[in-house]
Design a protein around this ligand. Structure first.
Ligand code: ATP
Length: 369
């Protein structure tokens, strides 16, 4: 049982690097929270401050209502799983898992019970007498998780635990950790720079950039209602496309791209929102699946927001195709469900699913709401 609260937390390293800048997060008991963001945004630093491995420069961290800023790591009842597993090579799987408990002077039978329980949960029962070098990457990762489980901590911290695994194993371990979370019902804080991992695992995602929290929300809300251009571009794969343009009032409100290759009457729901943007530049954001291919039969009637581009590259993925094209100097990508025959180098018309577009302020990059 543990609720973790970060209140105005900052970390300034000795060389004056501000790695975390006034961070506020409320993590409820049993919640699976993912910290995600590009390299260097302060994710690991945040985790290390929670674990007590890094001093907190400003603000407070509370676990179950108690400020833990000055509590040594061993008294925090937190277990951390690292990216490089940090297993002891000369010890067996059993000894690796038992080590922390031995240090804490648990009696032998209790250690044995806990190690065997963890081994069962993780499917490691047949590997207990092996040394780490005789295990696969996935099995090593499980031992590292097992070492955390035996301690029965209040909070689990994971620092990019899957980044050394191949793609297939990552997907498998992703669901194993999610299952583990359900089974153990423990608060988990998980750091990754992989937005797919964040989207598939987190109850709640914290998107970070340059030490700051940009948005905290459920995966679907982040996808559907990104607060700003960064979150919109970071969450979703392939990423959201952005087109620069201006809003005009030609009797009806129109978006026109910079070089006028795309223009459309904006849907009613945006008219009020865009009223202060007349004759001003904005970013238009379109998810790849919201580009709609115009097929030959559709060409007779010109659609609102129709444009034509040359196809640069097609990636057929079986159940869908990714179609790359250059629009006014920028590479964009459309996603098409199913398969149709189109070729690289040919001209192709698209329209937009105007219900799903987003506009962003060109200066603040906040979504226009
Ligand atoms: P990655 O995904 O690459 O692991 P991250 O989001 O976890 O990145 P941090 O490791 O928390 O980022 O680093 C945040 C910032 O703090 C970076 O600019 C980094 O260079 C800096 N930093 C980290 N550790 C130290 C240190 N001991 N001294 C000075 N600066 C540091």
């Amino acid at each position: 049982m543990a609720e973790v609260i970060l209140k105005n937390v900052s970390k300034i390293y000795d060389d004056n690097t501000k790695a975390v800048d006034n961070m506020n997060i409320n993590i409820r008991d049993k919640e699976f929270v993912v910290l995600v963001g590009p390299s260097g945004c302060g994710k690991t630093t945040t985790l290390r401050m929670i674990a007590g491995l890094e001093e907190i420069s400003e603000g407070q961290i509370l676990i179950d209502g108690k400020v833990i800023n000055n509590l040594p790591p061993k008294d925090r009842d937190i277990a951390m799983v690292f990216q490089n597993y940090a297993l002891y090579p000369h010890m067996t799987v059993y000894e690796n898992m038992a080590f922390g408990l031995r240090l804490r002077k648990y009696d032998k039978s209790e250690i044995d019970k806990r190690v065997k329980e963890a081994a069962k949960i993780l499917g490691l029962e047949n590997y207990l007498i092996r040394k780490p070098k005789a295990l696969s990457g996935g099995q090593r990762q499980r031992v590292a998780v097992g070492r955390a489980i035996v301690r029965n901590p209040k909070v689990f911290l994971f620092d990019e635990p899957l980044s050394n695994l191949d793609a297939k194993l990552r997907v498998q371990m992703r669901s194993e950790i999610s299952r583990l979370h359900k089974e153990l019902g423990t608060t988990m804080i998980y750091v990754t720079h992989d937005q797919v991992e964040a989207m598939t695992m987190g109850d709640k995602i914290v998107v970070m950039k340059d030490g700051k929290v940009l948005q905290i929300d459920t995966p679907l809300n982040l996808y559907n209602n990104p607060a700003n251009k960064f979150v919109a571009g970071f969450i979703g794969s392939p990423a959201m496309n952005f087109i620069e343009g201006k809003i005009f009032d030609f009797g009806h409100i129109v978006f026109q791209s910079k070089q006028s290759n795309l223009s459309f009457n904006v849907p009613d729901k945006f008219i009020k929102l865009l009223s202060s943007y007349k004759n001003k530049s904005v970013w238009l954001g379109i998810r790849p699946e919201d580009f709609i291919l115009r097929l030959n039969g559709d060409y007779k009637i010109e659609a609102n927001g129709e444009f034509e581009v040359e196809i640069n590259l097609i990636e057929p993925l079986g159940n869908q195709m990714l179609i790359y094209f250059t629009f006014e100097g920028h590479q964009l990508v459309a996603e098409h469900r199913g398969f149709i025959s189109i070729n690289k180098g040919t001209m192709q018309k698209f329209t937009l699913n105007l219900d799903k577009i987003n506009f962003f302020d060109i200066t603040t990059e906040e979504r226009i709401l």
